[in-house]
Ligand binder design. Sequence first.
Ligand code: FAD
Length: 289
Amino acid sequence: MSSRIRVSFEFFPPKTEEMEKTLWEAVGRLAPLTPNFVSVTYGAGGSTRERTHATVKRILSETALTPAAHLTCVAATRAEVDDVVRSYREAGVRHIVALRGDPTGGVGEKYAPHPGGYSNAADLVAGIKRIADIEVSVSAYPEKHPDSPTVEADIDMLKAKVDAGATRAITQFFFENERYFRYLDAVRARGIHIPVVPGILPVQNFKQTRNFAERCGASVPRWLAERFDGLDDDVATRKLIAAAVAAEQVLGLVRQGVTDFHFYTMNRADLVYAVCHLLGLRPVAKQAA
Ligand code: FAD
């Protein structure tokens, strides 16, 4: 199975020294699985952005991994965003995950583009492509983005991003595979043929996942809540259940022909490593030994 399977891992830039340690432990553990790429998220605000740059640059200088730097249009002029693209290009970054981003006041507020900034994610993709011949991935929402009035409008935005030069979509996380396949059918029917890679979120913490899902429009099925019911204070069992749930999901996707997976690692390696092992991936150094 493993020869067909390709994975990518998403990390977020650490805020504290302790989080930094956790991140690099996770990177070190997952790197031998030779992911297709590893991506680093991007936040609003100068210091968060600096942390993304620093993390991407460290991946480039200290590992053999291929980084993909996330970039948003939020609270920045075109010139500022363009400078970031150029600095990535000069550092050797060859892949950007281009996003509109969330309003600075948080999810739920109405999004307003920065005056003088890129107006949306498709506009940003076009801007990146004008500056550099960089691979661009974008987001996709099997359950519709909360700002989008309809699934059709959402898919129109995906089409605009592809027309602007995006060559891969990575989905928001979801728990019911049928939703992904239904969405994929609609995307293909709209004439979009780029890979739509499922984003997989192993549930490290159910309460946190549910809160996050509420904000980004992903549904949490009742069966999932039932599986984690009563385990708030039982970390060990929670972890086993989380591994079982993620395993069931990815193996279900593989059975229906999916070969590429993007894991939201939350900067933790253990669950993702286990699921990748189940997918047949093995650390390259060990294989050679
Ligand atoms: P788009 O694809 O541009 O839009 C999504 C939908 O909303 C489209 O249907 C569009 O038509 C509709 N829409 C957009 N704007 C409006 C509007 N003003 N009025 C009506 N409808 C509108 N966020 C970060 O801050 N940093 C990250 O690093 C990051 N990484 C992500 C990675 C992935 C794989 C995913 C799936 C999401 C990520 N996000 C990140 C979250 C993302 O920024 C938010 O979901 C944001 O709200 C939308 O950005 P987008 O590029 O996905 O939106």
